[in-house]
Design a protein around this ligand. Structure first.
Ligand SMILES: Cc1cc2nc3c(=O)[nH]c(=O)nc-3n(C[C@H](O)[C@H](O)[C@H](O)COP(=O)(O)OP(=O)(O)OC[C@H]3O[C@@H](n4cnc5c(N)ncnc54)[C@H](O)[C@@H]3O)c2cc1C
Length: 263
């Protein structure tokens, strides 16, 4: 059974800071991690490997330094990795990201199960998993927190709802987007990490030509959307002191709240 896990390297913060002049993300000095939901997807894949004959391959697209996330995934127990890194991939919106990942998956050959995190903590769109499934014309289940059974041609999973869960049987190959479940992501093993960092052997680095795409199809050029402007919202605080007796103050306050449609 071939399992592909999509992982993204993200800044270790949900408070993304923007350069006020360029509008770009400030990445300097920010520690990076594997996106938390992706760690749960990888843990689910590694748990399956323990009970089924499975080969777990991680797939990531990012700038050169994102190979650290791939090495960490290898340290956790992934068998192989494909790292997509090419200047041509830079500036991709979610559509171009999903297209590039989809093309790489097609190039990787036979796959039974693709696991992605539900959402990345920096981009936060939760679009990439579903878009990859759509591109590959695969069934998908989102918000999966428990993979209960895997058979030759179908999988049984539990997906989270606001007030409960659904138990779903889905034919394979399929794509699941994963949220934290019962299994805590394992720590990388030092020996495996060293091997991945030193030899990089099981990590294949692919560029646009490797996955047979032109530069016009990927990255900024291949993106269907363009960011016109990025800015941090400015908060203004205005204070008004209410004076007088309690009853007067309460009357003035409630009138003010009603007037401003706050109640
Ligand atoms: C309009 C727009 C314009 C953008 N322009 C730029 C830009 O100019 N430069 C730039 O750097 N970024 C840009 N981005 C951000 C970039 O598109 C996203 O970082 C990327 O597409 C992933 O989207 P996300 O972070 O929302 O992931 P989500 O959809 O929230 O991620 C869900 C899951 O998909 C998988 N996944 C997501 N991204 C990857 C990846 N790269 N590799 C492997 N798996 C992955 C992971 O499993 C993840 O948990 C732009 C985004 C938008 C919406």
């Amino acid at each position: 059974m071939n399992i592909i896990v999509l992982i993204k390297q993200v800044p270790n913060t949900t408070e993304v800071k923007l350069d006020p002049k360029t509008g770009n993300l400030i990445r300097e000095g920010v520690e990076t991690i594997i996106n938390p939901d992706d760690l749960h997807a990888l843990e689910a894949a590694l748990a399956l490997k323990e009970t089924h004959e499975a080969v777990v391959t991680v797939l990531s697209m990012g700038p050169p330094q994102a190979i650290d996330a791939v090495s960490e995934a290898m340290g956790m127990g992934a068998d192989k990795a494909v790292f997509l890194s090419d200047r041509a991939f830079a500036g991709a919106d979610t559509w171009a990201t999903s297209y590039t990942l989809g093309k790489a998956i097609q190039h990787m050959g036979e796959v039974d199960l693709i696991l992605a995190g539900r959402q990345a903590i920096d981009g936060d769109t939760a679009q990439v998993g579903p878009q990859v499934a759509d591109f590959l014309d695969l069934p998908q289940v989102t918000y999966v927190f428990d993979i209960q059974a895997v058979h030759a041609d179908y999988v049984v999973v539990k997906r989270r709802l606001e007030d409960g869960y659904e138990r779903i049987q889905c034919r394979l190959p399929a794509l699941l987007t994963v949220i934290p479940g019962a299994g805590k992501p394992r720590y990388p093993m030092a020996s495996r990490l060293l091997l991945a960092c030193r030899e990089k052997a099981p990590i294949q680095v692919w560029n646009a030509a490797d996955i047979r795409v032109t530069t016009a199809e990927v990255g900024l050029e291949g993106s269907l959307t363009q960011v016109m402007r990025t800015f941090a919202p400015k908060f203004e605080r205005r204070g008004t002191m209410l004076e007088g007796g309690t009853v007067d103050v309460v009357r003035t306050l409630t009138a003010h709240l009603r007037e401003n449609k706050l109640v």
